[in-house]
Design a protein around this ligand. Structure first.
Ligand code: SAH
Length: 228
């Protein structure tokens, strides 16, 4: 991918993986058990996002929605030290691990938040409209994920979402959702491991979105009942 690493960065990525695989013996963070697969599926896959995020100005704020074991946000924080990362997950057991990992790696550009995206993206939350970029991997299809992600972005900000072969199909299904959320498809980047879908937030999100906890997944925006 033409990336170069500063001294210590690759070691830090390795230390994160070691902690992740170790913690995985206590709680289920990843189905991947081998080190070799973990380098590819967690580190290499996260690195495919660097080219999209590297152009953001110093100090830009990024939130990883549904970060789970910390991917992609934590590996990206290791190699993009000038950007500020917030790792969000609904499960406290996971965020407890992430706070410990961030501290062990000495990452001063990582903070961890426990909560649901529906709550922290709601009107009145300090996280709503607070991020230059919202990133996510494996947190549902675009019709669902866009309602969780877009409210957290600043107007003019981006959602940079890791997707696979079905990116176009998901985009098609999410057309109405993007319209309702005042977001637009800004482009799709082909990567060695899949596709990255980039959305741009055009205007402020209507205050009724995101809907209450669980609703985006139960009844995806703009998707006819029965097709969900
Ligand atoms: N991004 C990680 C984990 C994907 S699993 C990876 O790619 O490996 C999905 C994660 O999203 C789980 O950890 C789950 O707790 C979290 N999650 C699902 N819905 C959420 C929501 N509405 N708000 C916050 N976190 C959520």
């Amino acid at each position: 991918m033409g990336l170069t690493f500063a001294p210590g960065e690759v070691e830090r990525l390795g230390l994160f993986l070691a902690m992740l695989l170790d913690e995985n013996t206590r709680q289920n963070l990843t189905a991947i058990r081998s080190e070799e697969d973990a380098w590819e599926r967690h580190i290499f896959d996260a690195m495919t996002m660097v080219s999209v995020l590297a152009d953001l100005p110093e100090g830009s704020k990024i939130i990883d929605v549904g970060t789970g074991g910390g991917v992609p946000g934590l590996p990206l924080a290791c190699v993009l030290p000038k950007l500020e990362f917030t790792l969000l997950d609904a499960t406290a057991k996971k965020t407890t691990f992430l706070a410990r990992a961030g501290a062990a790696l000495g990452l001063s550009n990582v903070s961890v938040v426990t909560g649901r995206a529906e709550t922290i993206g709601a009107m009145g939350s300090p996280h709503r409209r607070a991020y230059d970029a919202v990133i996510a991997r494996a947190v549902g299809r675009l019709a669902v994920l866009s309602e969780l992600a877009v409210p957290l972005a600043k107007v003019g900000g981006l959602c940079v979402l890791v997707k696979g072969a079905r990116a176009d199909e998901e985009l098609d299904e999410a057309k109405k959702a993007l319209h309702l959320l005042h977001a637009a498809h800004a482009g799709t980047v082909e990567t060695p491991t899949g596709r990255i879908v980039v959305l741009e937030k055009l205007r402020e999100t209507p205050k009724s979105y995101p809907r209450r906890d669980g609703e985006p997944k139960r009844a995806p925006l703009g998707v006819e009942k029965g097709k969900a």
